[in-house]
Design a binder for this molecule. Structure first.
Ligand code: CAA
Length: 292
């Protein structure tokens, strides 16, 4: 069955190669899932070799774990490992039909990345963004082909969370949108069509939940007690979820929502202080290993 609002799937273009921009935790998880489910080559890039190596090492670690658990054979691990390559050079994405970015959550950075990719790929290549809060219309605004930009928002952990939010910008055309839905289907994810508004659906709802949690803690309740308060209601204690999402991302989400919807959304001063103290790019989610 076609997801509500999705364009005719006959319009979808084939995807035989995927580019992933960024080699952080979300990017590496995505690269692995693309290779596993779509069985296509995936090129993952980042600014320097150290980051690329870290992303590839994460993929290798996950493959080793899947093998230990008996989920995949040595042969499959080798095949998947060969499908996923890393580089500091995006030139190898020239023949990709779907490129997704998972770089720093800042509109100017995302726009710059898309402008660079546009010089390399074909005009039909879908430019997808894993943004959790930013406007796709704005992200596409200065491109030569804004009609191929689409939001494709995964949740952490990518292998386990069933949903992908698909967000068209103002100019996104049906073929690009249909391609995004086809990729989501190939990944065996539930895909929903979401309006291009601040933090979309899931993070807007999560923003209220985490905002009230932060407010309760800021008002003096220890986080361990607040966590116990919602045990059973949420799959993960909010404090642990904060670590999984990363304080910088959680703060950015609450600030985006506060700007868009005002005082309904709480921006926690203690979260602000924590992120400031560790630097803007601080993201402990990078240090959280699976199954910890
Ligand atoms: N990568 C791959 N697999 C993972 C994993 C990871 N990082 N973490 C857990 N898993 C797998 C485990 O291997 C296990 O698989 P099997 O059952 O097949 O062995 C399965 O998930 C369940 O894990 P566990 O039994 O260890 O633990 P659990 O039952 O507590 O489930 C969880 C773990 C699925 C992460 C669960 O705690 C959960 O759903 N948490 C909420 C996560 C969430 O809300 N994520 C959204 C964050 S918001 C976001 O990402 C959006 C954004 O833009 C900021």
């Amino acid at each position: 069955k076609r997801p509500a609002g999705a364009p005719d799937r006959a319009l979808a273009r084939p995807v035989t190669k995927i580019g992933v921009i960024g080699a952080g935790l979300m990017a590496a998880q995505m690269a692995l899932l693309f290779a596993q489910r779509l069985e296509v080559p995936v090129l993952m890039t980042d600014l320097d070799q150290e980051r690329v190596d870290k992303g590839i090492a994460y993929v290798q670690g996950q493959l080793a774990e899947l093998q230990t658990k008996g989920r995949i054979t040595q042969d499959t691990a080798n095949k998947l490992s060969a499908l996923i390559t890393g580089s500091t050079d995006k030139a190898g994405m020239a023949d990709a039909e779907f490129v997704i970015e998972a770089v720093f959550e800042e509109i100017s950075v995302k726009k710059k990345v898309f402008a660079e990719v546009e010089e390399i790929v074909s005009p039909e290549c879908v430019l997808a963004s894993n943004t959790s809060s930013l406007s796709l219309t704005e992200m596409a605004a200065d491109l030569k082909h804004p009609e191929r930009v689409v939001g494709f928002h995964f949740f952490n952990p990518v292998a386990v969370m069933p949903l992908v939010e698909i967000i068209p910008g103002e100019k996104t055309d049906d073929a690009s949108l249909a391609t995004a839905f086809a990729v989501g289907k190939g990944l065996k994810k539930t895909t929903i069509l979401v309006k291009d508004s601040a933090s979309f659906i899931v993070n807007r709802i999560l923003g209220r939940f985490m905002g009230e949690y932060s407010k309760i803690v800021d008002e003096g309740t220890p986080s361990a007690i607040a966590d116990q308060g919602v045990a059973g209601l949420a799959p993960m204690p909010p404090f642990v979820l904060l670590g999984l999402v990363g304080p910088a991302i959680a703060l950015h989400n609450s600030e985006t929502l506060h700007r868009a919807f005002g005082d309904r959304f709480y921006v926690s001063p203690s979260l602000q202080k924590l992120v400031e103290a560790k630097g803007a790019a601080y993201d402990p989610a990078m240090q959280i290993q699976p199954d910890n």
